[in-house]
Design a protein around this ligand. Sequence first.
Ligand code: GLU
Ligand code: MG
Length: 452
Amino acid sequence: MDTQHRAQARARAREEAAELAAQGIVGTALTWVDNAGLTRVKAVPTARLEHAAQWGVGMSPVFDVFLVDDSMTTSRHIGGPDGDLRLFPDLDRLTPLAAQPRWAWAPADRYDVSGQEHPVCQRRFAHRMAERARERGLGVLMGFETEWVVATADATEPEPRYPTAGPAYGMSRLVDLSDYLADVLDALQAQQVEVLQIHPEYAQGQFEVSVAPADPVGAADLAVLVRQTIRGVSAQHGLAPSFAPVVTPDTVGNGGHLHLSLWQGERDLCRDGDGPCGMTATSEAFLAGVLRALPALLAIGAPSPASYLRLEPSRWAGAYQCWGLENREAALRFVAGAPEDPSGANAEVKCVDQAANPYLLTGAVIAAGLAGLDSGLTLPPPVAGDPVHEGHEQRLPTSLPAALEHFDASDTLREALGDPLFESIAAVRRAEAELFEGASPRDIAAATRWRY
Ligand code: GLU
Ligand code: MG
């Protein structure tokens, strides 16, 4: 972050601020997502955007050891009351918020006061991993699915109540919440978010929206924007959305599946190859790397004790460490796509949820995939049918401490994340496991239901 960069950012922000002011926008929310998976914010008035772009907005580094209940833990590099960081808005992503008419939003990157990249900035980590892939001639496109349960209850009620009693995937849900869902679509469209699909999901009051793929950092930004847009529209309708892994235990939860495809320029590496399901050797090795790393990746992608109430067999959550063609019970589902369909083939990591920090997840998946390439891995045979009946499939870790053991042992993830980020993540996971030790599934669901 040198003098020239700061001056350019300032000039750009001056122009952007003038446009925001002309639209009646009074403030911009600068968000980051912490290691616990919560989107946190500092906001600036429009007149202050210029200063923020040049010098950043101050914040404490301790946020990286916040837990889901806002208590704090500590780690070797991060923790305690000292120090200061700067949040810099990414002006390329500056977006007026349709469901919060006088607000704009920009995701933030974090630097220290002297302008050095903060080693624990999750968004910069995702950026670094995308760069690593690019240096090897690999383009990665990614997209998150957003599932949520919409409730009428306010957070003080012990159990959520739903504004629709319609069945799973039922058209009646879409009729019951016609204006609400149309407003979600409208708001996303006004923000130039390309929606692929929106539909009622399996659980009570549950819906899903999926958006067009983007570069890894862009996909994580979209995950944040889509969620906050749904939150904004819900508030306008007097409703409350839950993105938590489970809203009530013992039923289908909210996933945050991550789709990815690999590209060499215009060439789609997930098709027209000699490997399984027509993928190229590069795609196969990359996906084999992801498959191999899934137990460790769970500490990033299924980071809450609540995640393991969701990650159960027979819920399409992907509880088994296997892959399959269009297999919704496999943790890694390959989607071949129709031969002429330009949207192409892709792989879906299903075992992950929205307690995950999307920047950590995109970056960690790339790191695991590149390690697969380095090792020249191949995929085992795909699993067809329900893995539970196949007998030879491995169940993924069934608790956060079990996933954390794999994470702690992962040299690939430690090297990619760097010690400060790796250790702050591990500290937060350990502390959340302790926080909920001995708690009933009901209590865990209640404590996390409205937090993400
Ligand atoms: N809600 C399921 C989950 O927990 C996913 C359903 C689907 O395949 O879309 O991941
Ligand atoms: Mg779904």
